[in-house]
Design a protein. Sequence first.
Length: 430
Amino acid sequence: MVMRDILTGLDQYEVFLEKLEKEMEQIGEDRIAIVYTDIKHFKYINDTYGYKVGDALLRDFVAGFLESEELILCAARVYSDNFVVAGRLSADSLTNEQFRDIINQANMKRETEFREKYLNSRLQFCTGISVTDKNSRSLDAETAVSNANLARKVAKEMEHDSCVLFDQSMMEGIRREVEITSSIPRALEQKEFQVYFQPKIDTDTLELIGAEALVRWQKPDGSFVYPDEFIPLIERSGQIVDVDYYVYREVFSFLDKRLKEGKKVVPISLNVSRVHLQKMHVLQYIQELLEEFRIPCSLVEFELTESIYLDNTEQALELIKGLHSLGIKVSMDDFGSGYSSLNLLSKLPIDIIKLDRVFLKEGEMQESDRIIISCVVDMAKKLKITSLCEGVETQEQSNYLKEVGCQMQQGFYFSRPIPQAVFENLIKEQ
Ligand code: C2E
Ligand code: CA
Ligand code: CA
């Protein structure tokens, strides 16, 4: 059996785990720190300069941490650019936090060196650390490493710090994620998802002229799980596609039913998750719904969030064109919430721009926000794009939007998202 990794000379991962297990068994009063690191943007080095340079970088990386060999118990390359090192910390030496800060400093120093040497200004070391002591004896080596790996994933998502200490709350996050993603199939089957509607108001007439469909998840015990909590998780698992399709179908069927009963209807907008852009089946699904329900295409709109356009401009453009060819309008959601690009407004043929509620902060309106809102509305007007402002909570805000000519408004000032039955009563009153 090959005991060592040929490229770096480090232990094979299985050998590392055996050694770590033994060290953990005889831990005594000491602590063992497991330091799990990967190199962000390493793939770029391989892709640009070839594997030889990539290999040299990995060896270079290993040489760096072997300089402090006396502290190291064992080390391995888990795969590719993922390394794990176990070191001993005596009881009276550094605290866990001090140790993390030292590794963080070392990472930053080496990042600077590597960025110059390998001509890549984005290389970054992401490190997670888990520390075990005699109290965590029940842990096996593999779990200790996977805890460090979990902390590394958290580090990878952070903008600045690149070194994170594992703590138990990270497990809580994972437990919640598993709980949510594993209950989605049942929730769909049992119809635990409901569509709520938030009215959109015409600024001039103050009439209800449309609504946004927002999903709500009511568990069998009656409690609600809100979209901000579960949507990011089911986007990661891909299940958002099924949930979105469910919402679309409910809305199409709702409109169809009302039309058949001769009742009043207003256009409803539906949210499109970024996940749809990876496969683009969404367009076909919408087409199928249109064929099945035969409602006028002007009764549905689709909202794509601003960041979708920035991350996937090509696919977003394709989707917009596809929706337009079906006669469906598209809005840019959350405009202004991220790194909005004014440029995009002229590049993409969108019909409606939804100004994010960041422009409407709590309390009195700020002069700077007033200026931005009026400029965006003005620009949209010149580009023949309809503007709608979200998150309107006060009369002052609503009046200002009227002053600057923002055509539509949506927000708690008019109505919160409401269940279908309440929404139907509201349309009736008009
Ligand atoms: P969004 O598309 O920006 O939806 C607007 C959110 O702002 C809604 O939160 C709404 O309740 C809230 N809101 C509306 N007016 C006000 C206001 O005056 N003040 C404040 N503070 N908030 C207001 P909700 O329903 O919790 O949805 C959150 C996000 O979840 C949505 O943001 C959307 O990105 C996503 N989402 C909701 N339903 C769906 C869905 O069916 N599919 C997909 N893909 N995403 C959805
Ligand atoms: Ca939306
Ligand atoms: Ca929005």
